[in-house]
Design a protein. Structure first.
Length: 308
């Protein structure tokens, strides 16, 4: 099973490595990567989410069971971090990076693995997971920045950043098209599907290009703390929640997968914009992504064992 998991991950790891090599060798101009990330974030990934939520039978998905496990795990983790913050001895900006490194997740990695594990059903489950987690994680992180970041943040700025998030809007649009019975008309469906299919390879290349290996030099304690929560504590809470509420099969696999993913590169952008420790955040993203190369095969083995 481990060998099968490693083989399944090879295309993902190859794309991440390819992106890193292209950036390092300046195969493409440095200006390409921010534009590619923007294209993925605002167009391609939302298209994938719209297609996944608009064309699946939502009534067949155990959303009512998935939601409390996903939300409860993240809220419990974030609240515990806030309660013990004074004992951790991190300054405010560093603490924001610890929180982001603990509860944010890499969408491109998660969706790619979801497709490998469960095909089209995996895309639909991943889209629902994102509809639950993306607004929640953004709210929690923004509140932490407002309290511990070095830049003031208005209530309107918080609401605006959440309300205009393209992933949230895409999930809402897809669910609305599904529930109203409109769906995706012929022609439009093929266009949306084609755009969505381009999101994962390009997104994974951007993940690799965003790695900053030279940044892993400072505050190893904070990076290790966030990574231990991300890779051990949060997935353990998720597994316990699945067992407690009787969630099994692919839905349980997706829940555990997304709560155990390395943190997202967007965490660096948020840290820089809202007064966090951007250098620490870059180090955390890079180390967690590299660690994921060795961690994810074991995670896939755990997921497949739980969901057989």
């Amino acid at each position: 099973m481990i060998v099968h998991s490693v083989v399944a991950l090879l295309p993902i790891l190859g794309l991440i490595g390819g992106g890193f090599a292209m950036k390092a060798k300046t195969f493409l101009t440095p200006e390409f990567w921010p534009q590619a990330e923007k294209l993925c974030y605002y167009i391609l990934l939302p298209a994938l989410f719209i297609n996944g939520t608009a064309t699946t039978e939502l009534a067949d998905l155990p959303i009512g069971t998935m939601a409390p496990i996903l939300a409860g795990s993240v809220i419990l983790t974030a609240m515990t971090l806030v309660l013990v913050q004074s004992r951790l001895r991190f300054d405010g900006p560093a603490f924001t990076s610890v929180v982001q490194g603990s509860i944010r997740f890499n969408n491109y990695l998660g969706l790619s693995i979801a497709v490998i594990l469960y095909g089209e059903q995996g895309v639909a489950l991943a889209a629902i997971t994102n509809a639950i987690l993306v607004p929640l994680v953004n709210v929690l992180c923004t509140v932490v920045f407002a309290r511990h970041g070095s830049k003031p943040l208005s209530a309107w700025g918080t609401v605006h950043s959440i309300g205009t998030n393209p992933l949230i809007l895409a999930c809402a649009a897809g669910i609305a098209l599904n529930l109203t019975g409109v769906g995706l008309p012929a022609g439009i469906a093929e266009l949306v599907r084609a755009l969505g299919s381009a999101s994962l390879p390009l997104g994974l290349l951007c993940v690799g290009a965003g790695l900053q290996v030279n940044s892993i030099r400072r505050n190893v304690h904070a990076i290790a703390y966030a990574s231990a929560i991300k890779f051990l504590v949060l997935p353990a809470i998720a597994v316990a929640g699945c067992l407690l509420l009787g969630l099994a099969g692919p839905p349980a696999g997706i829940v555990v997968l997304f709560l155990a993913l390395p943190t997202a590169s967007s965490a660096y952008v948020m840290a820089k914009a809202l007064g966090g420790d951007s250098s620490l955040m870059a180090s955390t993203i890079t180390l967690q992504t590299i660690t994921g190369v060795f961690y994810l095969p074991g995670l896939l083995f755990l997921i497949t064992s739980l969901t057989v």
